[in-house]
Design a protein around this ligand. Structure first.
Ligand code: GLA
Length: 604
């Protein structure tokens, strides 16, 4: 339940009306805010900026926490002092981007995970955005955020209105952890929708890092069979199943099955997979087109490009003009056919390039500043139609990994592939940064092969399992290359993940170390909301000789309760674990990881 407030204002000079919409979500301690401009004047108005909220704080030496990064290195949390003047976090890439996240926190210097004041502002938006934070001459701080103003210009005809993206505002007087819990609870409850908002999602194996484009039906069936034996519940067929798609240069746009490559039709493959007791999911990248595709040959003008200029390619592809109704209709029809003619349980919705040449062939020259925002509205409109028509299909967002990890996409896909970097040690930082604003249930994370394909690093299988469990947990490797003991270990991880699922996905997440600054080990923990159980996770990132003990203090437990730690079978009081702490045995070797599960007496 939310309380809504609408404030309507009229500017007597221009005659424009502004409506401010507030939603008060008391339980999660979040206030939503958006704004609408109505043109009830006699003429046309041009909007040069479309910003959603402005927050003025007249006191405090605030610091900024934000989440910069790059492909394979998303959301690397950074905390810094505010400088005099305006500092801007933004994306001009047409999507929220790998480089910045549409989320920022202001924290007082003394604010830590557990104490102190902080406030967050997060855009429910997947396009180019900006967050400006100004420290003024009078020591006040102003934060203004909304759609990126560069390249934006919207013509508002008489009688029309324009709605700015919504912002989620939250405050915590109990440190950063409290703020993260507000956002995690809010997103799980009010942003994620559909069947899989609460239902347990299937544990999947994805063939991408196992085969890349080079697969056959036999290989896929082999992966599925071995995966099913371990308790994996779904095979996801990634890129390369459609059109003439055998490499990056061809086929995007042609969403029909390449039966030659699959040695038969898709239904017979799915039937065989279903017979193994596995569900079936598939990869698509609907917003994109390769020049070498039937779609591009038929409709070259559907791609974003500037007349007379050679368009800039990204991963050998162009972006479609998603603001155009006929493009949305074509894609809806193609995906509706795919989903209704085949028993598909899951869609991985990818988007693998930044937008450039943002010029729409159907907009007048003076309306080209609308093309970027119309693109995102078009993506949402298409996803809205598809998720309504296929409510049982689980959607997972993706954009070269985590390049569009935001609440706009989470409205349609309750999980998003967190990063193309599947290295467990790199993931510690990526998932740590992501956890400031987003729930673990949204973070796509898989166990992959070693040496890792992105970093070349080798980590123990256990460590890869522990890290992937702090996400949606899945696998992305060729199981045929593992030995029996390794396969058995994955089966055990799957059993464990299933057992811990409610605690991990719906419990509270606690960062026990700073994954960026603390170089010795990274620790984090889950506690159920009622404090009945907790799961402690520790990974040694840089082992020491003659090591100092790894000692952590748990959080979210009940002081007066007694807990049984299951691995060693010892009892501790909640107060002892939270205020005294828990000392781990010495951990040696390359990147060892441990998990400890605590259960309150009486709740076993
Ligand atoms: C992107 C995704 C990967 C994979 C490839 C396929 O990079 O992030 O997981 O799906 O595309 O081309």
């Amino acid at each position: 339940m939310a309380l809504s407030l609408v404030i309507q204002m009229r500017d007597p000079v221009t005659g424009l009306t502004l409506r401010l919409y507030y939603g008060v979500f008391e339980k999660e301690d979040v206030i939503t805010r958006s704004a609408e401009i109505l043109n009830e004047t006699a003429g046309t108005v041009q909007l040069h900026k479309a910003l959603s909220a402005c927050l003025d704080i007249p006191f405090g030496d605030w610091e900024l926490i934000h989440f910069p990064g790059r492909h394979c290195m998303e959301r690397q949390a950074e905390r810094r002092k505010l400088m005099d003047g305006i500092q801007k976090i933004s994306s001009r890439r047409g999507s929220s981007s790998h480089q910045h996240n549409p989320f920022a926190i202001l924290a007082l210097p003394e604010t830590s995970e557990d104490y102190g004041e902080c406030l967050g502002a997060m855009l429910v938006y997947s396009g180019s955005f900006q967050i400006e934070i100004e420290k003024t001459q009078m020591r006040a701080v102003r934060m203004v955020l909304g759609i990126q103003e560069e390249q934006f210009l919207w013509k508002l005809e008489r009688g029309e209105s324009f709605v700015m993206p919504e912002v989620l505002l939250s405050y915590s007087g109990r440190g950063l952890t409290g703020l993260s819990h507000n956002y995690a609870d809010f997103i799980r409850e009010h942003i994620c929708r559909g069947k899989y908002k609460k239902a347990r999602r299937p544990i999947l194996i994805n063939n991408w890092e196992a085969t890349y484009f080079d697969f056959t039906a036999e290989k896929l069936l082999d992966i599925a069979e071995k995966a099913g034996e371990l308790g994996i519940e779904m095979l996801v067929l990634d890129d390369g199943w459609f059109g003439r798609r055998d490499c990056e240069t061809d086929g995007l746009g042609d969403w029909y099955v390449n039966e030659e490559k699959l040695g038969g039709n898709l239904n017979s493959l799915i039937e065989k997979i279903n017979k193994m007791g596995m569900k079936f999911g598939i990869w698509v990248e609907p917003e994109m087109v390769n020049e070498d595709s039937d779609l591009y040959k038929a409709h070259p003008d559907w791609a974003l490009s500037v007349p007379g200029r050679e368009p800039v390619m990204g991963r050998c592809q162009l972006a479609l003009d998603m603001g155009r109704q006929e493009v949305q209709d074509y894609l809806y029809e193609a995906l509706r056919t795919l989903l209704s003619e085949h028993p598909i349980d899951y869609i991985k919705w990818d988007m693998n390039r930044n937008l450039s040449d943002i010029y729409s062939r159907v907009l007048a020259p003076e309306r080209q500043g609308e093309a970027g925002h119309r693109y995102i509205l078009g993506v949402y409109a298409l996803l809205e139609r598809l998720t309504e028509a296929f409510p049982d299909v689980l959607f997972e967002g993706c954009s070269g990994g985590g390049g569009r990890f935001d609440c706009g996409m989470l409205c349609y896909s309750p999980q998003i592939w967190c990063s193309d970097d599947t290295d467990a040690i790199a993931r510690l930082k990526i998932q740590y940064g992501t956890s400031f604003g987003y729930p673990v249930s949204a973070m796509g994370a898989h166990v992959s092969a070693c040496p890792n394909h992105q970093t070349g690093r080798s980590t123990p299988l256990r460590t890869r399992g522990v890290v992937a469990m702090s996400g949606t947990f899945g696998c992305e490797l060729d199981l045929a290359l593992l030995d029996e003991a390794e396969r058995q270990e994955i089966a055990e991880q799957i059993d464990q993940f299933k057992a811990y699922y409610p605690l991990i996905q719906w419990g509270d997440y606690y960062r026990l170390t700073d994954a960026i600054a603390d170089t010795y080990f990274t620790a984090w923990q889950f506690a159920s909301k009622d404090g009945a159980e907790a799961l402690l996770n520790v990974v040694v990132v840089s082992p020491q000789a003659n090591p100092t003990p790894i000692h952590v203090r748990l959080k979210g437990l009940r002081e007066e309760a007694v807990y049984l730690e299951k691995t060693e079978g010892k009892y501790y009081s909640g107060a002892a674990l939270m205020y005294g702490g828990f000392t781990l045995p010495i951990l040696k070797g390359d990147y060892p990881a441990v998990q400890y599960y605590f259960v309150k007496e009486g709740s076993e």
